[in-house]
Design a binder for this molecule. Sequence first.
Ligand code: 26V
Length: 831
Amino acid sequence: MTASSLAETSAAERTFAEKPAPRLNDADTLAQEIVEKLTYSIGKSVKRARLHDWLEATTLAVRDRIIDHWLVSSHETAETGAKRVCYLSMEFLIGRLLRDAIANLGLTQSVREALARYDVELDLVELLEPDAALGNGGLGRLAACFMESMASTGVPGFGYGIRYVHGFFRQEIVDGRQVELPETWLKHGNPWEFERRESAYEIGFGGKVSMLDEAGKPPRQVWRPAERVLAVAYDTPVVGWRGEHVNTLRLWSAQSLDPILLDAFNAGDHIGALLESNKAEAITRVLYPADSHQAGQELRLRQEYFFSSASLQDIIRRHLRENETLSNLADKVAIQLNDTHPAVSVAELMRLLMDVHGMEWDEAWTITRATFSYTNHTLLPEALETWPIHLFERLLPRQMQIIYAINAVVMREATQGQGFDDTTISAISLIDEGNGRRVRMGQLAFVGSHAVNGVSALHTELMKETVFHDLHKLYPSRIENKTNGVTPRRWLFECNTGLASLIDETIGPGFRDEIGELKKLDGFANDAAFREKFAAVKRANKARLAALVEERLAIQLDPNAIFDIQVKRIHEYKRQLLNILETVALYEQIRSLPHLDWTPRVKIFAGKAAPSYVQAKEIIHLAGDVARVINSDPSVRNLLKVVFIPNYNVSLAEIIMPAADLSEQISTAGLEASGTGNMKFALNGALTIGTLDGANVEMLEHLGAENIFIFGLDADEVARMRREGHNGQSVIDRQPLLRSAIDSISAGVFCQEEPGRYASLMNSIRDRDWWMIAADFRAYWDTQRQLDMLWKKPDDWNKIAVHNTARMAWFSSDRSIREYAKDIWRAGPDA
Ligand code: 26V
């Protein structure tokens, strides 16, 4: 069997490999398998092999074992006719795969020993794997955690997305400013993926729609696209815990149908001959490096339609291979729309069912709604996708017709059924008439789905009150909550082996199979000897991070200090600026009152700004400027250090999360849909300082108020103050610490070479204070000082830290996936 046909499930193949011959998991066997790959797949001898060759050989050896399980999983799903879950996402922020795969297969020790025989260190080999960074932030990382959890909980899942040639940009800081460099994860090839040339689909753009009236057949609309490109599938296996189930992540790559226009080439137009091919391939060349702010460009819409159509054609083809009819599609497939990026799928599925497969409107519409469900990940108005109608119509004329027709159905339900007034009707409409006529993708995803979910309890309630207020009135049972989670395999077992082993020793290894057992750790918070060991693990993790910072930035960190960490995308609503202002205020206080017993702190920041987001880039620049001045001031040495670690990504997060004492989750309340970094930190024993926002609210419920440090305005108060026209200056006038910090930054204390650099950033706080930085400063400062006091009582601090790890099990993405499977998809082992 060739690599390109593995894990496909055609009837001919079903007889193959019911159960692969079991392999031995000892170091001898693995050493032999790895060396065999090294010799025969890579063509290197043990003597000559470089570390990179060992990475490839190890990956290929491990991959063979995954394939054994992959085939079995695929065949089982096909054989039993189990319902599949298709997760459509523009982003999968995967990170590295080797360590995850080895750990889930239970091979870590054997592989380590096998390589050690050749004086090769597994940890060093793992470091050479590039991060698959096919996502921006939370939404993409959630998709990756969900893929792993679907495999671990036995839900037959398919991830569908885009195989970007260039993932999320590499960030460098040059002269204090963020510089974006292209990321090239495929440079050395990608041993995890299988190209499936046989799974390729044509994707059309532009052209005309006409009515076809053939004798003896009902008249139907036919779309004749002006342009066509090919979507080619690349499959990556996603191995679940203990390797029991392996799912598929299928990413689409765009190719031109004609690689070269030979006529043009022969006529001497060598560049023109390649234009079409370049235009086609451009569709999957780069990931849009933004996580808010509507993209607006045609290429983005092309990307969205390209991967939606390819995925739906694939789903339909597979369905028809196993079923006689499409009438039972919704019984066999659930399709989750990860935000509105794949929302055009609603119109595309209708088109495929009606125009290609001859189904009537009513049946197609019923099936479409029963198949799709939609997750919303942000309420920020600037991130809600809409497309100009003229662009949509030009690129996707048939889909536009269908959207008008869907809109007519919804409008009818709203006027006839409910007697809604004109304002409500225009809020519900799929067409925004107010802004130069645009298609609203959120509305399309909502009406085309049977379930719509938010990602935390608070966010879901706010969806009902704000963006989907009127659609919620029309379809009151459609919105439900599914609080996010994170996979404990990557975010505890693999990234914090010290803590995971300590938990093994303390409560036994049962928590690795049933994460709920972590609760057994709770009682050990009162056991001094255990706390000592827990603190020792944290200290080792801090030392590891300190070594990284020393190596990359030549800054020494004191492990006795609180490691106070804020890592996430840089955005005004996430309020890195509030943290920086508190840092400056603390700096000034330490300098004015040096005799006080200050608690030493290290403030750590990391995160990327969207390339076009000016304020976010200024915030990065400011963090660096503040760091430079504070770190070189001998009067605060060892009491305060500030670092901005460049190029935050999944692999860096795996080192940072276990090393945190304090996790900063300080968004303006009502704006962070959930957060998932908050969960990773707390699971690894960090205390949280945070607002009543996103999943922090539920963390408060699970941890208890004494184990999380909540401050500031809540979402209702923020909304009220905004309505009443809050202004920052009035608050600043009453707060000398804040005023002095803002004045120092404005006056150029941290950027003497260009004193006006931050004037406008500071003025935005003095004027509108839209993000409530001035408004929340005092509460934030007070809570930080409370934490300073707590640090002086290590027993008390460590007790809280233990409670955090013990009580975070509910935030496992296995729990999220089981809820989706039961309530939305009606799929999985318990369906
Ligand atoms: C929007 C856009 C607009 C067009 C350009 C590209 C682009 C890319 C992404 C987005 C939406 C980003 C929304 C997002 O990442 N939300 C985060 O989702 C996390 C998982 O649910 C959640 O934990 C975070 O709170 C939320 O900010």
